[in-house]
Write a protein that binds this ligand. Structure first.
Ligand code: G3H
Ligand code: ZN
Length: 288
């Protein structure tokens, strides 16, 4: 059934675990995430990013309604989250489209501008029943609104990491329900080679009373993910790993079946590969 992001994250962190949040782009992604979560018998978050909305001809509703229908019919709890929202217009569509939570992303701005924009988004979100996540510091490697990807691994550049003192002030002054932190992961990595700053994570977790969110988790190896969850990460965002699994499976299928025409044949292997990845990653991050 459809569940609330805040509830799932609170339940997971109460037993020192995390909820996996998967980015979905197509209906096959949606179905694979639900199938993988059902196979793991665990709750999951389906998230649609502003980038994915742009891919869907700028329309949120078709994929959002499909995700809501999949959540309602699931045998496990499934929450709907709108991810990396920069546009106020998109933010305002969240409630009617069925989302219970949003990540408002103003991390590209200066501290003061990020705070002002995030506080306004959190105020509006709370008045409309949303659980609001924001980002301080910057997890790099993500395409901006112009479609250009920021340089990968600028998570390691000085200043990109989340400062614990700033984080305390940012959470208190913005009123957000969760904070995405830059601790060494980077978006869109196709190899799992990121190493996280666990000391920084500990300082952040010790100083904050909201759940912390890890972005760019596709590039983080299993043992690092496990350690991050033990260290206070309550929501683990995973996108690229699904596309890596889907594309490899389809590529292999088409190479073995060069005459294949029916798209269901290769979308099925792609969907099954994503569902396996979902199941495996949930097992890594669910904890306790
Ligand atoms: O918000 C989405 C995530 O941070 C996904 O990042 O595609 O690198 O796993 P990823
Ligand atoms: Zn992200």
């Amino acid at each position: 059934p459809l569940a609330a992001t805040g509830t799932l994250v609170a339940r997971a962190t109460a037993r020192r675990g995390a909820v996996a949040a998967f980015n979905v782009i197509t209906l096959e992604h949606v179905e694979a995430v639900v199938a993988g979560a059902e196979a793991a018998d665990a709750p999951v978050i389906l998230q649609i990013s502003e980038n994915a909305v742009r891919y869907r001809y700028g329309r949120l509703l078709p994929l959002a309604r499909a995700a809501a229908a999949a959540a309602e019919g699931a045998r496990v709890d499934v929450a709907l989250h709108l991810d990396h929202v920069q546009s106020d217009d998109l933010l305002r569509q969240a409630v009617d489209a069925g989302f219970g939570s949003v990540m408002y992303d103003a991390a590209r701005l200066s501290y003061d501008e990020n705070l002002a924009a995030t506080r306004a988004a959190a105020d509006w979100g709370h008045a409309n029943g949303l659980w609001v996540e924001a980002e301080l510091g910057e997890v790099g490697g993500k395409a901006g609104r112009d479609g250009r990807v920021r340089p990968p691994l600028d998570a390691h550049a000085p200043g990109a990491r989340t400062d614990p003192g700033e984080a305390r002030a940012f959470v208190a002054d913005s009123g957000v329900d969760a904070l995405a932190v830059a601790i060494g992961s980077s978006h869109a990595m196709t190899t799992r080679t990121a190493s996280l700053d666990h000391d920084l994570l500990k300082r952040l977790a010790d100083g904050l009373d909201v759940p912390l969110v890890l972005h760019g988790s596709s590039g983080v190896p299993d043992d690092e993910l496990t350690a991050a969850v033990r260290g206070g990460i309550g929501k683990v965002n995973i996108g690229t790993a699904l596309n890596v699994a889907m594309t490899a499976a389809i590529r292999e299928f088409l190479a073995a079946h060069p005459d294949a025409v029916d798209s269901r044949k290769y979308l099925t292997v792609g969907r099954e590969a994503m569902a396996r990845t979902v199941r495996e990653l949930i097992a890594v991050v669910r904890g306790g």
